[in-house]
Design a protein around this ligand. Structure first.
Ligand code: FEO
Ligand code: CA
Ligand code: CA
Ligand code: CA
Length: 683
């Protein structure tokens, strides 16, 4: 029987993710046709049916081992930690539907900071019945996502906690009837953005506490009103100019900040993701930009539009057709200077950036990897023109803070050469240059065209359409690049499978404890492992293998790097990845398709336990696991618990979750998980 004959009737493309999450976070992206109409496939797509039926037998792609240098990865001899990485010791958490964070026996967690907590000293105490835009602009924002923890130079035991606030859920945040629609819009605007909060070690080893705002000058909120600067080759382009900014270089705010990255020079990168949903048109669209708008999902009348144009006309496309070109960038923030102006780095392209993470090429150039989180969109890489300087002086830091403005932007194409005779989901790939800061490599497009309409540029060079590329990060021990391909309900129906995106159907559970049923598309996602040729992040070629084909181990299509399936935890919809210092891969999930709450998982990347996926924690009902980070001392796992209680039908008065159980409503929060006995996590 072919996979298609097993398809259930019209499965909901949103699947088990709450429709509220779809509405508020990504503007119901799944309800819309995909914005990628390029028809890009490649020769391997023609093999789709053969490919989709292949069994997954592969092991690791070969690659040279590497050594961590100052937090960056350089090729080098084999490391001594190779063998130690094989074991990760904790009792896995079972799938569940609890309204709580569930951690392994012998572990505990604390809330470090939650929605509404004071960030600035002048912030009023949080009162859900007395919210104002002014208060929210000084309090911790909603729906925390990316989490970075940077040691503060010269302050032992003190850290800058930097957090994204991706989006708001007005149904859960506001008591019914208490606020006007425009009050809600103004408060929600201020709940977006980022927070910088000074934290210190807590009393228990591995725990952390907030430093009182009066005792720090570091704390900062970045909101939709914070002035940001556009830099790099596209800055000042006519499409970036508005009536409020004739220079095309000064933008108010940042939107839908999803994941991010931390640079070796101590700044934080933040991805502007589903920015399209904040715009509407009161009187039609500028015909010059219709193609671009469509490619980014920008619509005159979005379903469930947020109506922000009613309180700020710059969100009205009819008034300010250029405003949406000022979002969709990677933002760079200096967390140690609260008065610094965040920079939007146009050289990294404009797309729905999940995040951006940094590695170093053999030549000492900075490499940034970034995924465009949309069904059927692409993966990108940037390589800097100038070299990283690692002396740590202020002058070198200033030099490094310019690196992302000059270089070359590439998009990934998988299997563009020879047919791969092996039966594994593996192959070779190539980075296709789109433009440098000096020259465009795409016919008919200028450098600014490529950077502003990056998706349209990538369409023209036959990039490979991926199953929603989310986090792309480099393993600090083996130097390989890991990408979470979260899912794609359209794969196999809108366009065929290919070797890197092989599933046209997959097995899900429609409810917790229910039977496995087959659904169309790739529902549970993959973890892709890429090995730059020669271990050099500046190389044009890479080898790749699907390390994990996620899902329930009982489903035949799943694959865990060859590890015995009966010993792994079910995992669904990998979203963000991070690593411990032994090179183990930690994965957080978003939108579990197996009926359970989302969670955080750990898996060795090599040795006899490569592929042994174990669930480390689960988050409360309706929540997604974000911001995964393992502290450098190995004693703490940080997570952002995003959108607890975001379950269809929930309202402020009828909440599905009250986590963290301090109030009668849920409060998205950053948590720190640690071992009760003070030991290192996973040992
Ligand atoms: Fe914000 Fe790609 O999830
Ligand atoms: Ca996601
Ligand atoms: Ca990550
Ligand atoms: Ca996410």
């Amino acid at each position: 029987m072919s996979p298609r004959q097993l398809l259930p009737l019209a499965p909901d493309p949103h699947a088990s993710r709450s429709r509220m999450t779809c509405r508020f976070r990504c503007g119901n992206a799944c309800d819309h046709p995909e914005p990628n109409l390029s028809g890009n496939t490649h020769i391997q797509d023609l093999l789709t049916h053969a490919v989709a039926r292949r069994s997954v037998l592969g092991g690791a792609a070969a690659g040279s081992a590497t050594l961590v240098v100052g937090g960056l990865v350089r090729p080098d001899a084999a490391t001594a930690s190779e063998a130690r990485a094989e074991s990760l010791t904790f009792d896995p958490v079972a799938p569940n539907r609890r309204d709580n964070v569930t951690v392994p026996v012998g572990y505990d967690y604390d809330v470090v900071i939650a929605w509404g907590d004071k960030v600035n000293e002048g912030a009023p105490r949080f009162d859900v019945y007395d919210q104002t835009p002014e208060a929210q602009a000084q309090q911790f924002g909603y729906n925390c996502d990316y989490v970075s923890v940077l040691p503060i130079p010269g302050k032992r035991g003190r850290f800058a906690l930097v957090v994204n606030h991706e989006y708001t859920d007005e149904f859960l945040m506001f008591p019914t009837g208490r606020y006007s629609a425009n009050q809600i819009r103004r408060i929600a605007m201020m709940a977006h953005g980022m927070s910088v909060v000074e934290i210190e070690r807590g009393r228990r080893p591995g725990s952390y506490e907030r430093v009182r705002p009066a005792r720090t000058s570091l704390n900062r909120r970045i909101t939709v009103a914070t002035e940001c600067r556009l830099t790099g080759p596209a800055a000042g382009d006519r499409r970036l100019k508005t009536s409020a900014d004739r220079s095309g270089t000064r933008v108010l705010g940042t939107l839908n900040n999803c994941a991010g990255g931390t640079t070796p020079w101590g700044t934080v990168l933040s991805g502007e993701e589903n920015f399209n949903q904040y715009f509407e048109a009161s009187a039609g669209l500028d015909p010059r930009y219709v193609e671009s708008y469509e490619r980014y999902g920008i619509e005159a009348e979005p379903d469930d539009g947020r109506g922000w144009r009613k309180v700020d006309p710059r969100f009205d496309l009819s008034e300010e057709p250029h405003e949406p070109f000022r979002f969709g960038w990677i933002l760079e923030v200096d967390p140690f200077d609260p008065s610094s102006t965040p920079r939007k780095r146009t050289m990294l392209g404009r797309l729905k950036h999940e995040g951006a993470t940094i590695a170093l090429s053999d030549a000492g150039r900075v490499v940034a990897y970034t995924g465009d989180d949309e069904r059927g969109d692409y993966m990108y890489r940037f390589v800097s023109r100038r070299r990283f300087r690692d002396s740590g002086t202020a002058a070198d830091r200033r030099h490094n803070m310019q690196l992302l403005d000059h270089g070359t932007l590439y998009v990934a194409r998988f299997n563009d050469e020879e047919e791969d005779p092996a039966p594994e989901y593996d192959g070779v790939g190539r980075w296709i240059p789109l433009c440098s800061d000096r020259e465009s490599f795409v016919a008919g497009m200028s450098v600014a065209d490529v950077l502003i309409d990056t998706r349209l540029a990538a369409d023209k060079v036959s990039a490979t359409r991926m199953d929603r590329p989310e986090d792309v990060e480099v393993n600090p021990v083996n130097g390989k690049v890991y990408a979470a391909l979260t899912n794609n309900s359209d794969r196999g129906t809108e366009y065929p499978a290919d070797e890197a995106n092989p599933l046209e159907s997959s097995m899900v559970r429609e409810e917790f404890g229910g039977p496995l049923v087959t659904a169309s598309g790739n529902r549970n996602g993959y973890v892709l492992e890429m090995t730059p040729r020669g271990g050099n992040h500046g190389a044009e070629r890479f080898d790749w293998v699907l390390m994990l084909v996620c899902g329930d181990p009982a489903a035949p299509e799943t694959y865990f790097a060859g590890f015995p399936k009966e010993q792994v935890s079910p995992i669904s919809c990998p979203d963000n990845v991070t690593f411990d210092r032994r090179g183990n891969l930690w994965i957080s999930t978003d939108g579990n398709q197996l009926g359970s709450n989302d969670g955080m998982f750990a898996v060795p990347t090599r040795g006899a336990n490569r592929g042994k996926v174990q669930q480390f924690l689960t988050v409360p009902l309706g929540a997604e696991t974000c911001g995964p980070l393992i502290a450098r001392d190995g004693q703490t796992v940080f997570n952002a618990v995003q959108h607890p209680g975001e379950i269809d039908g929930a309202t402020f008065e009828n909440q599905a979750s009250t986590w963290p159980h301090t109030d009668r409503f849920p409060r998205p929060a950053v948590i720190a998980t640690y071992r009760v006995d003070g030991g290192r996590v996973g040992r």
